[in-house]
Design a protein around this ligand. Structure first.
Ligand SMILES: Nc1nc2c(ncn2[C@@H]2O[C@H](COP(=O)(O)OP(=O)(O)OP(=O)(O)O)[C@@H](O)[C@H]2O)c(=O)[nH]1
Length: 262
């Protein structure tokens, strides 16, 4: 077995943002290199992807809580994620203000890696948010920043996810080391960091895109501008109730007690 065959770990990335900013398009672009114009926006999606980060294979879960941010932004901010991508559209001032509120909330979670992603850069003639404003917000909230066009396949799409996944892994490894040291000190038998997640509804991406039942193979790997390489991915579609049952919409609440409203 190659050393890469064993997963170095699993991280969960949540994608948040106001409606219509391109969250679903972003995730599908990252996973499949395709741009799909329209999506159903009332289904919560969980995507699984295996990527090689810094030479290690890792599983990346990407959660797209469609409609969630519209119904209850606070719930979205409470996602049990190891890292968060917050998306706004450069053509939609309100979406930037929304992203600002989300990032300010998330910055209260110690050590949580966050990325601010300004989408729809191809619509420069409709620009309502300057790039410098996005960059400044990212700096004040200690987030990475990328301005991209998902429609035009900007390399920043891939770089954003891959850097965030890498940061999540570092963050988790540091936590695991800390916990393991604590456990040793306390003579505890097992580490308490293992997480179990279950989702009952599964569906392949092919269904979402074309009505066919199989997952579409990628046409080619993503740009080799980063330390990550693309592997086979699967997509699961999960309903909001499943997210609650799995604890995904509760864990951060317990950990951080975020109570401010957006
Ligand atoms: N011009 C342009 N349009 C884009 C881009 N990315 C997404 N869109 C379009 O923006 C619209 C919204 O995209 P979605 O991916 O459904 O946005 P969303 O944030 O997931 O929306 P909700 O599910 O309603 O929260 C669609 O019409 C997309 O085709 C982009 O980079 N440029």
């Amino acid at each position: 077995m190659k050393s890469e065959d064993k997963s170095a770990g699993r991280v969960r990335i949540a994608v948040l943002g106001k409606f219509n900013v391109g969250k679903s398009a972003l995730i599908v672009r990252y996973l499949t290199r395709r741009f799909i114009g329209e999506y159903r926006s009332n289904t919560d999606l969980l995507y699984l992807q295996a990527v090689v980060v810094k030479g290690s294979l890792m599983d990346v879960e990407i959660v797209d809580v469609s409609g969630e941010t519209r119904d209850s932004p606070l719930e979205a901010a409470q996602l049990a994620a190891d890292g968060v991508v917050v998306v706004y559209s450069i053509t939609d001032r309100e979406s930037f203000e929304y992203a600002q509120r989300v990032l300010e909330l998330l910055s209260t979670v110690p050590g949580l890696p966050t990325t601010l992603l300004a989408n729809k850069a191809d619509l420069a003639h409709l620009r309502a948010v300057k790039e410098s404003e996005g960059r400044a917000l990212a700096e004040t909230t200690n987030s990475a920043f990328y301005e991209v066009s998902v429609a035009e396949d900007s390399p920043g799409v891939y770089q954003a996810f891959e850097l965030l996944a890498s940061d999540c892994l570092t963050f988790l490894n540091n936590n695991n080391t800390l916990n393991s040291n604590n456990n040793n000190n306390n003579n505890a038998a097992n580490s308490t960091t293992t997480r179990t997640r279950k989702f009952s509804v599964t569906k392949m991406l092919g269904t979402l895109i074309s009505g066919k039942s199989s997952s579409p193979p990628p046409s080619s790997p993503p740009p080799s501008t980063s330390s990550c390489s693309w592997q086979q991915g699967t997509v699961k579609v999960c309903q909001k109730a499943d997210l609650y049952r799995s604890g995904m919409l509760q864990r951060r609440v317990k950990k951080t007690s975020i109570t401010a409203s957006l």
